[in-house]
Design a protein around this ligand. Structure first.
Ligand code: ADP
Ligand code: MG
Length: 623
């Protein structure tokens, strides 16, 4: 009976794609529904956000989200957080980050990081996939078991090619079909619908848990352009927490034995207590930092005032303003040229941050939307547009850093400038430097610095098969192509002879296609379990709806149906009510099908009446 309600009375179309904010600290999905982007909250939850935390127990199932975060203190070495900091990176890149991460991380021979837990190893891609899967299944379940495989996923503007590719691989492992990877600040500007504005420059200030992004955008005739991006991948709310953790450790350093002071469980407990205190300070002028010491169970209580906290974080806030200054000047603007400022990320709830940003730009920033949701909401807008939904606007992103090649002597030849609008392509000519040279080595680098060793190497490749000729005669065209997702493809061709080499750049810290395939096969086991769970939840919602609709419509027409049919329906209702207490997909499916079959004649009767009343010019709700 649910069917009549759905197809005749409701014109509800299930969204085709979701937007996912895969955050360092929290992740969240949103969909386009009833003409606007919406975060679907699971029943009984005040927010749909899932902490990006994974507990890998020695036995039993992995846990993702709130439960993992709550259990972190019990098993800090096997509780993985801030995984986004490791995504698409090498050991050298994350040495600083690892100091504050209590779980062991190694690099394999291929340069891929592996997180160790209970003798098993996990790549950042696999762990991110677990988070994506959790966010995805929560969202689908909250929508009554909808099956949405397509997704737009957001990344910080500063993410380089390898990091974007790793994000894409993670999504593939999670069984998602990635429509597009978009920058978080770009998504936020979409959520605010700033495309409806007449024109002007916008600054998007995003201070999350682990990253700070500042983007300067301009809109003209409904078209967004990103004029400049900047920020710091290692600056966020975690650093704000750390200032309070230091306060705790200072207090404890003479009171506890060294071994207890170095206990990761203590550090984690301090981190959580510090964060709680910090969030309270956003609301109140004073808050208590309360910590239960994991080893002794003793309590530590410190009163912290907002003023004291602001002093401790002043330097961090100033660093974000420096980023703003640079981005504004990169865009060729002055702070006063910015018409609107958008605040994104949980840390922009801190009053001192809001004040500092307002003072810097000389205007009040936008804080109307929930700063934790705004990126997911924007991703849902983009997902809607990409699946054929209407909202007339064009989106242009830029390359966050210059892309180029290492030349002789270790200098960098920039091929694509920083802040170029994507998709874009550029070709640079090279030649041989020795007589009869038949091959050339290329090192693709990303970065603003002049020397290749100061930039990030995205990959190396060899062009071979150049026919022997005098030095400087070969003409090699190297083409860089950045697609709409910001992903780079490089091809090289020797022009004078037509020798072509197509090159696959294997990201240095990324997974190979084979690895992804293998993991995909393995993850199908997870996926199936997860699918089973969300299927049961979906069936329950569906049965619930069918029961309601059946009872409602049956009341008015019972005497029009024959006795047999009424008995069948009553029986099916009883069976369905019973099935609702089971979580077995098969039982639920059988109950649902039984209900559908039994109510067939009822549906036909109602359909008939609907059709007749429509002919008679009556409104549907009068039937
Ligand atoms: P990310 O995008 O990095 O995943 P979020 O945008 O979800 O992060 O922001 C998470 C950060 O916001 C955390 O550091 C959290 O402590 C901080 N945060 C959340 N709520 C508040 C608050 N009320 N006051 C201060 N900081 C907050
Ligand atoms: Mg974020």
């Amino acid at each position: 009976m649910g069917y009549i309600e759905l197809t005749v009375l409701n014109n509800n179309v299930s969204p085709l794609a979701m937007g996912i904010d895969l955050g360092t600290t929290n992740s969240l999905a949103a969909v386009w529904k009833d003409g606007r982007p919406l975060v679907i909250k699971p029943e009984g939850h005040s927010s749909g956000s899932v902490p990006s935390v994974i507990l890998l127990p020695e036995q039993g199932e992995n846990t993702v989200g709130h439960a993992a975060r709550a259990q972190a203190i019990v098993d800090p070495r096997n509780t993985i957080f801030s995984i986004k900091r490791l995504l698409g990176r090498g050991l050298e890149d994350v040495r600083e980050d690892l100091k504050s991460l209590p779980f062991p991380v190694v690099e394999d021979a291929a340069g891929v990081l592996r997180i160790q837990a209970h003798g098993k190893e996990y790549t950042p891609e696999e762990l991110s996939a677990m988070i994506l899967m959790r966010v995805h299944s929560l969202c689908c379940r909250s929508m009554g078991g909808a099956e949405i495989q397509k997704a737009v996923i957001t990344v910080p503007a500063y993410f380089d090619d390898t990091q974007r590719q790793a994000t894409r691989d993670a999504a593939r492992l999670a069984g998602l079909d990635v429509l597009r990877i978009i920058n978080e600040p770009t998504a936020a500007s979409l959520a605010y619908g700033l495309d409806q504005n007449a024109g002007g420059n916008i600054a998007v200030y995003d201070l999350g848990g682990g990253t700070f992004d500042i983007s300067i955008l301009s809109i003209e005739d409904g078209v967004f352009r990103v004029l400049a991006t900047g920020g710091d991948t290692r600056l966020g709310g975690d650093d704000f927490d750390r200032t309070l953790v230091d306060l705790v450790l200072d207090e404890l350093k003479d009171k506890l034995p060294r071994e207890e002071l170095e206990d990761p469980a203590l550090h984690l407990a301090a981190r959580l207590a510090a964060e709680k205190c910090k969030c309270e300070l956003s609301e109140h002028p004073e808050a208590e930092l309360h910590l239960t010491l994991p080893q002794s169970g003793a309590h530590l209580r410190l009163q912290v005032t907002r003023e004291e906290f602001q002093e401790r974080v002043a330097a961090l806030i100033e660093r974000t303003l420096q980023g703003c200054r640079r981005a504004v000047s990169d865009a060729g603007l002055e702070p006063s040229d910015i018409a609107e400022v958008v605040m994104v990320g949980g840390s922009t709830r801190i009053p001192a941050v809001r004040d500092a940003v307002a003072a810097f730009f000389g205007r009040l920033p936008h804080t109307e939307l929930n700063p934790d949701e705004v990126v997911a909401l924007g991703a849902a807008v983009q997902a809607h547009i990409l699946t054929g939904g209407s909202r007339d606007l064009l989106l242009m992103d830029v390359t966050p850093l210059a892309l180029g090649l290492e030349t002789m002597g270790g200098a960098v030849a920039k091929v694509i400038a920083r802040n170029s609008t994507v998709p874009c392509q550029a070709t640079e000519g090279f030649t041989t430097y020795a007589d009869n040279q038949t091959g050339l080595d290329f090192n693709i680098v990303q970065g603003e610095r002049e020397l290749a060793e100061d930039c990030r190497s995205l990959g190396k490749f060899k062009l071979t098969g150049i026919p022997p000729m005098p030095a400087g005669m070969a003409r090699i065209a190297v083409r860089f192509h950045v697609d709409a997702d910001g992903l780079l493809k490089v091809t090289a061709r020797e022009e004078s002879t037509g020798v072509m080499a197509s090159i696959d750049v294997e990201p240095k810290h990324g997974l190979t296609d084979n690895q992804v395939e293998t993991m995909l096969k393995e993850s199908l086991i997870y996926a199936r379990e997860d699918f089973e769970k969300s299927r049961s939840a979906g069936l329950k919602t569906e049965i619930g709806g069918m029961l309601l609709a059946t009872k409602k419509s049956l009341a008015g027409v019972r005497d029009l149906l024959d006795r047999e049919t009424c008995l069948d329906i009553d029986e099916a209702i009883e069976a369905a009510n019973k099935a609702l207490s089971s979580s077995d997909g098969k039982v639920l499916q059988a109950a649902r099908d039984g209900l559908e079959q039994a109510t067939g004649p009822l549906a036909a009767l109602l359909m008939d009446r609907v059709a007749r009343s429509a002919l008679a010019g009556k409104r549907l709700d009068e039937v």
